[in-house]
Design a protein around this ligand. Sequence first.
Ligand code: G1P
Length: 329
Amino acid sequence: PSFEMGKRAGSRLGFVAFGSRLPAPRAAQLPRATICPVSFRKAPSGRFPCMLPREERFPMKALIPAAGLGTRFLPATKAQPKEMLLVVDRPVIQYVVEEGLASKADEVVIVNSRSKKAIEDHFTPDPDLVSTLRARGKDAYADEVERVGNYNVSYVYQEEPLGLGHAIWCAHEKTAGEPFYVLLGDVIVPDNQMLPAMQKVSDEHGGASVIAVMPVPDDQVHRFGIIVGEKLSDYVWKVDSLVEKPALEDAPSNLAVFGRYLLSPRVMELLADVKPGVGGEIQLTDALDEVLREEEMYALVIDPEDGFDTGTVESWLHTNNVLFERKQG
Ligand code: G1P
């Protein structure tokens, strides 16, 4: 199926009315005794998500896990984080941060590793560079450097590379019992329209979790989380279960988890107890599969034109070519 985002998505799905909202029935059912003051660690491990009273609630966060080793790009990533690789005219993570800031989230939280300081340098003000550029009449560059240095980005650290699920869990104090977005750092959505479209699907289904999925060819299935579900329309599926990186013969479909997630706070709670899965890593996909026992989840089917993988040398080159051509008009 072909899903068109941007203006065209607006006509199909309509644009999202923003405003923090949790699934109303759950909020109404929540006994006061289960309310968690700030950290979900203190919450009971019962069925209800840890939520603050409405007046004390935190705004949504967009989490960007960026602590991976970048193995597939070695030796290019020996001294440079893979998130800092150039895509046309800026590092790949800048696209992802800009997408997070363009969403309903009030803050982008990068889950970094201590050794990837270049990512933080990129989003830190550099007044010396700005004044040098201005003195040389290069105001357009100075404006860009100033803008990027002032983005509302914060950091938490994953001290050990224990997997994507563990990286997300490292930000649990930031999400503070609220729904949150996850934006994988090696996937680009140039028009920033995917999160609003996912938010709209969530709003239409009582605040349920929504994940973006993309049909992939058979030989790619083993690289991704794959969903099983029920097709509700050309663009929306109700998810029944997920499996991380199945062999093709075990894969229940070819709908691959693409790298954009809008998740309920219960997922964050479950991540605290997820055991290592595929590759010996704590997998986000396993927590998503587990939350399905308690909550509904939907998948938004996206078109390959709307999102770009930069996770392999081949896909990174392809993305550069396509986005460069688009930029040239
Ligand atoms: C991760 C997720 C996987 C998802 C993929 C999308 O895998 O675990 O479910 O399909 O991102 O890029 P990774 O690429 O980190 O191996």
